[in-house]
Design a protein around this ligand. Structure first.
Ligand SMILES: [Zn+2]
Ligand SMILES: [Zn+2]
Ligand SMILES: [Zn+2]
Ligand SMILES: [Zn+2]
Length: 238
């Protein structure tokens, strides 16, 4: 159907709701959906690493261009304490574990060729123009390139579905991209309980509205002033 954009709204615990936006929609239309689905508009809305703001029509018009079918709009807690954290490191750890399974499924070349990393003759994975990497070297290579597939010959970034086969694994990588982008662009975090939230003050000591945990926003640790000597500073607890 033309004129309709099917989007997702993601909130606490990562649950997703689908919704439709009619072409020419405004910030108000988005807020209406948020009101309907979440019972309040007291949230900050984030899409593609940018916050949706209703006081800047030019920026919103620009942002609208990035809202396409199956785009996810994140519904974040609005708190003046701010809270939560992007647990990117544990996401990466999960990916490395899943990568072991994934590597068993990726087809290799039929005959031996020289791995560009360990230089041994093995049945390797070949991708892009001429990157040839064996399955033993692949995990380290992948982690070193920050979970991206970069061609060792032409330096191009190869999209994950060109190399990996399991859609869940590919999805997980795309999600990591999205989360990394957000963490970089705004004070947006995800608590270990899964709640999205934003730190408005940038002080370290924050409480998650969802699980009530006190934590350091920046290093992901439970708040502890006595043993760990954590201090409530901006951008750090040390
Ligand atoms: Zn190798
Ligand atoms: Zn290449
Ligand atoms: Zn929490
Ligand atoms: Zn800290």
């Amino acid at each position: 159907m033309s004129g309709i954009i099917n989007v997702f709204f993601a909130t606490m615990k990562g649950s997703k709701y689908s919704a439709q936006l009619k072409e020419g929609y405004s910030v108000e239309d988005i807020k209406k959906i948020v009101q309907e689905k979440f019972g309040s508009t007291n949230y900050r809305l984030v899409v593609n690493g940018q916050e949706i703001q209703d006081n800047d029509p030019v920026k919103f018009a620009e942002l609208k261009k990035s809202i396409k079918n199956s785009t996810t709009i994140y519904v974040c807690q609005r708190m003046d304490g701010g809270s939560g954290l992007v647990d990117i490191d544990s996401h990466k750890a999960t990916i490395l574990v899943d990568l072991q399974d994934e590597l068993r499924k990726i087809p290799t070349q039929q005959t031996n060729s020289k791995c560009m990393i360990c230089t041994e003759e093995k049945k390797c994975i070949k991708f892009c123009c001429s990157s040839i990497i064996c399955k033993e070297c692949f995990p380290n290579y992948f982690a070193n390139y920050d979970y991206k597939i970069i061609c060792l010959t032409c330096n191009k970034t190869v999209s994950p579905e060109k190399v990996f086969v399991t859609s869940q694994f590919i999805q997980s990588l795309l999600q990591l991209d999205e989360t990394t982008l957000m963490a970089r662009n705004i004070d947006f975090q995800i608590c270990t309980c899964g709640a999205f939230s934003i730190n408005s003050t940038m002080y370290a000591k924050q409480k998650c509205d969802n699980c009530q945990r006190w934590l350091c926003f920046f290093c992901n640790a439970d708040w502890n002033e006595t043993e760990k000597k954590m201090r409530n500073e901006t951008y750090t607890c040390r």
